[in-house]
Ligand binder design. Structure first.
Ligand code: AMP
Ligand code: MG
Length: 353
């Protein structure tokens, strides 16, 4: 199959291309598209065959459910029942936007889309290209991140092409995404609302709307011997090809320790990369023999860090890094999402200095 890459400009969206993309989905095919979080790999959520194709294209285990994307708030009533008051409140506050809600599903949603579960994950994205595409596709688009399973989620169409060339019909290229980390997932089917995956919408933001919000314990403490409630969080996601170690501690001590580790790794013949920040990148460039030092953003601006993390992991893959060292980040607010993804990429290999 030939994968067509079509550039869509947000200020002048190409209606014809979006119509064609929608038609591909209605015909059972797959199209990758930009959202405000990461690129999604879309199929018709109501067509079991499309969901099977998504799993095959990603190389994803079929017990890992897909998020259903909608483009009109009221469409939630067609795929979820009941729609509790908490869902209506969260939708009013955060939709369209980077928040996914888990609710009980209706019969309209095939089990192939929900990985065999009776619940469905629903999101109404804010990206205008995503919304126009979902509408053209019939209103219900199942879409996981558009990477091959185990690779960092794509934040640029180029990375989607790298992973999906020849596997899907079309990629809508809307440029670089804004947030760069996947949506916050909140489960509304239990006794208390519970965050299953941290994201741009933080616990603090959610508790302003719902008084109580729990966090899945496996996010806070990966060593606790519970199973994550979101099936996808059980897999080692976001893994770079080389080995990544996160170094934690006071800033100067971390810089010093990473420099020593880089030099030791160079002695052993590794290709070494450092994930630094705007505040420290220069210190590594001067102080160690790493092959590449990249700033992931500024500590003063956690959004800049979330935005660049996956891109840097991919760049290091492309540059053939075999050993990588990263600074760690505060886990407050959006930092919880950053650390969740960074620690997963590192297979939870953390060193304290
Ligand atoms: P991705 O689409 O790659 O962002 O992954 C979707 C995430 O949502 C995975 O971690 C899934 O396990 C999770 N998810 C989707 N549907 C459900 C559901 N019904 N219950 C719990 N988690 C879900
Ligand atoms: Mg994913």
């Amino acid at each position: 199959m030939e994968t067509k890459l079509v550039t869509i400009r947000e200020d002048r969206p190409d209606r014809e291309a979006i119509r064609r993309a929608g038609e591909i989905l209605r015909g059972g095919g797959l199209v990758a598209f930009p959202t405000e979080t990461v690129y999604g790999l879309g199929g018709d959520a109501l067509n079991p065959e499309s969901s099977r194709k998504i799993y095959a294209a990603k190389g994803r285990p079929s017990d890992n459910p897909l998020i259903v994307h909608i483009c009109r708030w009221e469409d939630i009533y067609r795929i979820a029942d009941p729609v509790p008051e908490a869902a209506r409140k969260l939708a009013r506050a955060f939709w369209p936007g980077p928040l996914t809600m888990i609710l009980h599903k209706t019969d309209l949603v095939p089990k192939e889309t929900t990985g065999g579960l009776d619940t469905v994950a629903v999101r109404f994205p804010s990206d205008p290209v995503a919304r126009a595409f979902i509408e053209a596709a019939g209103g219900f688009v199942a879409a996981p991140s558009a990477n091959r399973s185990g690779r960092p989620s794509p934040t640029l169409a180029r990375y989607v092409l790298e992973d999906m060339d020849g596997r899907i019909e079309m990629i809508l290229d809307g440029g670089e995404v804004g947030i760069g980390l996947e949506s916050t997932i909140v489960d509304l089917t239990g006794e208390e609302p519970m965050i299953l995956r941290p994201g741009f919408v933080t616990r603090e933001m959610l508790t302003e709307v719902l008084s109580r919000v729990e966090v899945d314990r496996t996010i806070l403490d990966p060593d606790c011997h519970l199973r994550p409630k979101a099936p996808g969080m059980r897999y080692r996601h976001y893994a770079p090809k080389g080995e990544l170690v996160v170094v934690e501690g006071e800033r100067d001590a971390v810089v010093f320790a990473i420099c020593e580790k880089c030099n030791a790794a160079k002695e052993k013949g590794e290709r070494v990369g450092v994930i630094a920040t705007d505040e420290t990148a220069e210190a590594y460039r001067k102080g160690c023999r790493a092959d590449s030092v990249k700033s992931v953003g500024s500590r003063k601006d956690p959004l800049s860090v979330g935005h660049s993390l996956y891109r840097i992991l991919r760049e290091f893959d492309d540059e053939g890094m075999t050993a990588m060292f990263s600074e760690s980040f505060s886990e407050s607010g959006f930092g919880q999402a950053i650390m969740n993804r960074l620690l997963k990429a590192a297979g939870h290999h953390v060193e304290n200095v």
